[in-house]
Design a protein around this ligand. Structure first.
Ligand code: GLU
Length: 226
């Protein structure tokens, strides 16, 4: 179990996410990544190894955008590779998700998604299964309010999960919006002025806000700047 940092606000997300990950670095990790929404495109940079490697990638190809999520991974399912580094995506490629913890029933859920929906996976992680499950429920739900739809899809997916999670996710079509939830893995909501944060540890966001809300198990949080 390692680290999560999410940001939504008026500043460029990349330096804030990278700085947050560096503050979590002492906890140890094997890979790191970010997903930042730029218009309706999700810009992803991720790789095995140190945060310095991720920082190099982000310098070579800077991801623009004012909201996004990031992660340091401590591998439990799948080897330490670039493909298994978080963020992971759903089948549509529009939902990006980071996760700390273990989805114990991921194999059953994965089989079900393959059998019923022909889902294709690009990693060996339990996390990618959760991203696909949320995406598949999101597609099936009706309603014009896409924010409520994403929150409801996340809730419904997590009801099917056995295991532990702290998660943060974004959808390419839902502007300035982060969803977070936890069970068994920590997640803190940081409330700033015109900006909000999610983090697995308050040390990642304390430079930006002292107003922290520690989420309890089964609490979900969705945050927007508007
Ligand atoms: N189980 C996930 C994986 O292996 C998350 C591990 C973590 O908590 O960093 O990718």
């Amino acid at each position: 179990m390692c680290g999560i940092v999410g940001y939504v606000g008026r500043s460029e997300a990349a330096p804030i996410l990278l700085d947050g990950l560096r503050r979590l670095e002492y906890r140890g990790y094997d890979s790191a990544g970010v997903a930042i929404v730029n218009g309706q495109t999700i810009e992803t940079r991720k790789c095995a190894g140190r945060i310095a490697n991720l920082a190099k990638l982000m310098t070579e190809r800077p991801p623009a955008g004012q909201y996004g999520i990031s992660h340091t991974r401590w591998a439990t399912h799948g080897k330490v590779t670039d493909e298994n580094a978080h963020p992971h995506f759903d089948q549509s490629g529009k939902i990006a998700l980071v996760h700390n913890g273990v989805i114990e029933n991921y194999a059953t859920l994965r089989e079900q998604l393959v059998r019923e929906g022909g889902h294709k996976f690009t990693s060996d992680t339990d996390t990618e299964v959760l991203a696909h499950l949320i995406g598949s429920i999101y597609e099936q739900l009706d309603g014009k309010d896409s924010k409520a739809r994403l929150v409801n899809a996340t809730r419904a997916a997590l009801k099917q999960v056995i295991g532990t999670y702290g998660i943060a996710l974004v959808h390419a079509d839902i502007k300035d919006f982060l969803v977070g939830a936890r069970r068994g893995s920590p997640l803190v909501l940081g409330v700033g002025k015109d900006e909000n944060f999610l983090a697995s540890d308050v040390s990642a966001i304390v430079a930006h806000t002292r107003d922290a809300v520690y989420l309890n198990d089964f609490e979900a949080s969705s945050r927007t700047t508007c």
